[in-house]
Write a protein that binds this ligand. Structure first.
Ligand code: SAH
Length: 348
């Protein structure tokens, strides 16, 4: 057995490696070690989730954003972004449509749009819960105060997705403007957890200036923070951002990291992300076969879908759209998986 294989078995048996070992595991990967890792990840996933794949209806509520993250296509300073904001009624209509299609989780994601006050959001969350008491509400609306997170939880929000983006402070500062801080991002994640949300963190793979040592830190962070979810996808450049000339991240490395994450924390909810499907035709299926167990089809109104362009060529039609759930179902069945019409909470 070579060193990489030893580390893979050690990770499976102990769910923990040192920073140095994570780095060796990443740097020393080969097609053979990737296959072994994926096979072990699938076994762990199946023990908990069988062949079920959970779906979430993703509603992109606004592309208006006060922030200016250097990688993101909807950053505030992008003058070429055609801005929109859904109304409460638009969002409720998306939920109605999603419910009829079989979705039992609604994810409201958006830029940090100042008009999403606590009063507006708490009213909306209560309404969604009243209309669909059997559904989970997930928020992904960026950094807010602890008081705000508490109010949204109190109104009925179940989960919150806030990718940490990178667990390396210096790297964080290279990806974000000076007014955003690594410490506040981490404060948000801790608050969300303490308030009782099911919490999702996550990071981009192949973001500018990222090294294997930084990815090792991301893995260590997931190991110690123990989130319920972790969203990872390849970085993809957007033409109107400072990172336009940086290369996209690799599908192969993203898949390898999905398998590692499954072994770090076997119950983790791990989406096969849109970015993965954007870079490769069968990216989502490959993600599922490497250990992911969630897909998040787009439930936004068709008229705004092309406007939520986080990166170039972001998919929003075909199997990516909630309306094509049947096509997604077939794709999943072709790899032996079943789309499950449940809320899809983490099984601990
Ligand atoms: N404003 C919210 C939602 C951000 S969009 C928040 O701050 O959490 C959701 C995720 O898309 C981001 O967390 C980021 O990891 C990812 N993303 C943004 N730009 C991207 C790009 N160019 N390539 C790949 N992923 C990107």
């Amino acid at each position: 057995m070579n060193r990489t294989e030893e580390l893979i078995y050690k990770l499976r048996d102990t769910h923990s490696l040192s920073l140095e070992e994570y780095k060796t595991l990443i740097t020393g990967r080969t097609p053979e070690s990737a296959s072994l890792l994926a096979a072990l990840a699938l076994v762990e996933k199946q023990k908990i989730y069988g062949n079920d794949v959970y779906v979430r209806g993703l509603i992109e509520v606004s592309n208006i954003c006060r922030n200016d993250c250097l990688y993101c296509g909807i950053r505030g300073s992008n003058k070429n972004c055609d801005r929109y904001r859904l109304t409460g009624e638009d969002i409720l209509e998306c939920c109605r449509e999603g419910y009829a299609l079989g979705f039992r989780t609604f994810v409201m994601q958006g830029g940090e749009d100042g008009s999403f006050s606590d009063a507006f959001l708490t009213g909306l969350i209560r309404k969604i819960k009243e209309n669909h008491p059997d559904c989970a509400v997930t928020l992904s609306l960026g950094e807010r105060s602890r008081e705000s997170y508490a109010a949204l939880k109190e109104a009925g929000a179940d989960r919150y997705l806030l990718r940490h983006e990178t667990a390396d402070k210096e790297h964080y500062e290279k990806l974000h403007p000076a007014n955003l801080s690594f410490d506040n991002r981490m404060r948000c994640l801790r608050d969300l957890k303490e308030l009782g949300y099911q919490v999702g963190c996550g990071f981009m793979v192949g973001s500018p200036y990222q090294t294997d040592a930084m990815l090792a830190k991301d893995l260590k962070f997931v190991e110690t923070f123990r989130p319920d979810m972790c969203g990872i996808g390849p970085f993809i450049p957007h033409k109107d951002t400072p990172f336009r000339d940086h290369p996209a991240g690799s599908v192969e490395l993203t898949l390898y990291l999905l398998s590692i994450l499954r072994l770090i924390h076997p119950p983790l909810l791990l989406p096969a992300t849109t970015a993965l499907g954007t870079l490769e035709e069968n990216g989502r299926e490959k993600g599922i076969l490497c250990g992911a167990n969630v897909v998040m089809p787009n439930l936004s109104p068709a008229s705004v879908r092309k406007k939520y362009m986080l990166y170039d060529n972001k998919l929003s039609d075909g199997a990516e759209s909630a309306q094509s759930l049947d096509s997604l179902r077939k794709r999943m069945e072709s790899i032996g998986c079943t789309i499950s019409a449940v809320r899809g909470d983490i099984i601990k």
